[in-house]
Design a protein around this ligand. Structure first.
Ligand code: KPL
Length: 297
């Protein structure tokens, strides 16, 4: 049994891929007991089906716990349920950005905690409809010392669902690579309220992207993430913006739906890191403040 904490798009995608009978959602303490979660699942290829995912029962001992909450909810969600599970239960964190993973591993350093970075695309155009909009890859790697010995088992368990999973010993590096892309696309799409490709022609982007990439390059070096020139980072950001030109970024979608964005774990995280290292980050700060003004955060 694989337990999933967080019944949003990503949690539902994993549940749908692992069902029947392999996945259960973990109820939060404040959640009244409800019937199983039922939704329509529209796969990337093939016909729609109905998915029914039960709640984990008291005493169930899952082989793996997937945490698919938003970055800002993650620590509280885990803290509310973790005492139900043995110290040896492996936990995989699926959050965007950086910062939430560090908070969790700093608090539970002896638990086997892994992190994942995924390019799977899923959304919920209606509350009871889950669309697997784009197939991708998922990399999983250890964040705490004791997690290393669980990696192969976790990859095998998740691969059984049919999604493409890779073991990744240097998962922090991969999280950083994704952070760079998200930092260079997401806030602009939210502020400008446009699809990813349209940011490239805007004056906000054109006036600030050089400064942003300089900050990103300095922060990567200071964090031990290697040398990447600002130009190379800009090239990567723009390649993804062109490839996903018609997409609505996750941050723009959050703003449009009135949800809390993940800005504090993307540009906000980078601005905090800059303070720690004594590196100036005016562009990250400006983007963070502008996105915070658009939403409840
Ligand atoms: O990961 C993304 C997101 O929306 O969060 C990008 C790469 C920007 C694609 O939309």
């Amino acid at each position: 049994m694989i337990a999933i904490l967080g019944a949003g798009s990503l949690g539902r995608l994993w549940a749908a891929s692992l069902n029947p009978g392999r996945a259960a959602f973990i109820a939060r303490p404040a959640e009244p007991p409800r019937a199983a979660i039922r939704y329509r699942f529209r796969p990337f290829n093939g016909p729609e089906s109905i998915i029914e995912v039960p709640w984990l029962r008291a005493g169930d001992n899952p082989e793996l716990i997937l945490v698919t909450t938003k970055a800002g909810d993650t620590f509280g969600a885990i803290a509310g349920v973790i005492d139900r599970f043995p110290q040896s239960s492996p936990i995989i964190l699926f959050q965007n950005g950086l910062g939430s993973q560090q908070t969790v591993t700093a608090h539970w350093p002896y638990r086997p905690i892994l992190a994942a970075s995924t390019t799977e695309g899923a959304n919920r155009p209606e509350p009871d409809l889950l669309v697997h909009a784009g197939t991708g890859d998922t990399w999983i790697g250890p964040m705490t010392k004791s997690a290393g010995s669980y990696l192969n088992k976790a990859v095998a368990l998740l691969s059984a669902g049919g999604l493409t999973i890779h073991p990744e010993q240097t998962i922090r590096q991969r999280l950083w690579q994704k952070l760079i892309i998200n930092a260079g696309i997401n806030p602009y799409t939210a502020i400008l309220d446009c699809p990813n490709g349209d940011i490239l022609a805007s004056s906000l982007y054109r006036d600030t992207i050089r400064g942003l990439c300089r900050e990103l390059s300095d922060l990567m070096r200071a964090s031990g993430q290697g040398e990447e020139t600002p130009e190379a980072l800009r090239h990567r950001i723009e390649t993804v913006a062109r490839k996903t030109a018609r997409n609505t970024s996750s941050m723009r979608a959050d703003v449009l739906k009135g949800r809390t964005t993940e800005i504090n774990f993307i540009n906000g995280y980078l601005a905090r890191l800059g303070k720690d290292f004594g590196i100036r980050t005016p562009v990250n700060q400006m983007l963070t403040e502008q996105v915070q003004q658009l939403s409840s955060h």
